[in-house]
Design a protein around this ligand. Structure first.
Ligand code: MF3
Ligand code: CO
Ligand code: CO
Length: 267
């Protein structure tokens, strides 16, 4: 899949898809509570996307994925499949939403806390969010993907966390996963040079323990090999002449704040 540069008309469609994906996360938030099943969350999101947004949930049947969203709980890194199990107090869960509207994709995910969670889990989630914010802050024409990956990894590793290497961010547009690959580690001054009109995701997966992954026999669910907690946040970003625009920003996120100044809010 080549890198694609979006025209002004295509950028407007990416804005719409991104906004819809963000709105699904805002809609589902009050439903992520102890006792709810991830199947129920999946059904709600599916119905909202199809009926209210008149859009398409991209994961459903994507390479055979059986559901409309991904729900990744605790030591699950990504691509968790919604099922009949109930969320319990203290769980942390990533909900990953991708919608297709008018032919274009918007892809975003965030962590939710189920009731009260441990300080350990909260610190991990906060750091993963900071990693995403640091990466986004570097996006501008002329920046290199190695700069972004390096910034993310050094922030996580300074806190003695590890960065998952087997899965990465990606170009996105008419195609769900296109070039470039956006690694969450790397060397400054290396890698693809960003240009205005590119759209891609940044979606760091940060583990409390070691970085190694294991794929479960269902062929989708990716877990930490050492069963340590993992956290992930994802946005779809547009490279603009001036810097960047976060296409999947939620209403309560302020990307104008300098990265050093913002504080992660628990909910
Ligand atoms: N939304 C995921 C991503 O961020 C991809 C999910 S693919 C699926 O790239 F098939 F697992 F849904
Ligand atoms: Co993605
Ligand atoms: Co995603």
């Amino acid at each position: 899949m080549p890198v694609t540069f979006k025209t002004p008309v295509e950028i407007e469609k990416m804005r719409t898809a991104g906004r819809l994906a963000a709105e699904v996360l805002e809609m589902i938030e009050p439903h992520v509570v102890p006792g709810v099943t991830t199947d129920e969350l999946d059904r709600r999101c599916h119905q909202y996307i199809v009926e209210h947004q008149q859009a398409v949930p991209a994961p459903l049947n994507y390479h055979g994925f059986p559901k409309s969203i991904c729900t990744s709980i605790n030591h699950v890194i990504c691509h968790g499949i919604p099922n009949e199990k109930r969320l319990k107090e203290g769980d942390v869960v990533n909900v990953d939403i991708t919608v297709i509207k008018d032919g274009f994709h918007g892809d975003t995910s965030m962590m939710f806390q189920v009731g009260n969670t441990s300080i350990k889990a909260q610190r991990l989630m906060a750091t993963a969010y900071e990693c995403l914010r640091l990466g986004i802050a570097l996006v501008r024409p002329g920046a290199r993907l190695g700069d972004i990956g390096w910034a993310i990894a050094q922030h996580a590793e300074a806190r003695h966390y590890s960065v998952v290497r087997e899965y990465c961010g990606h170009g996105i547009g008419r195609v769900f996963h296109e070039d470039p690959q956006v690694l969450h580690y790397g060397q400054p001054g290396t890698g693809y040079v960003l240009q205005a009109g590119m759209t891609f995701t940044i979606e760091p997966m940060i583990n409390a323990g070691k970085r190694h992954v294991r794929l479960l026999p269902d062929g989708w669910t990716v877990v930490t090999k050492d069963h340590s907690l993992s956290a992930q946040w994802e946005h779809t970003v547009l490279v603009t002449a001036e810097g960047h625009e976060v296409l999947t920003a939620r209403g309560n996120e302020d990307f104008k704040l300098p990265v050093e100044e913002f504080r992660y809010q628990a909910s």
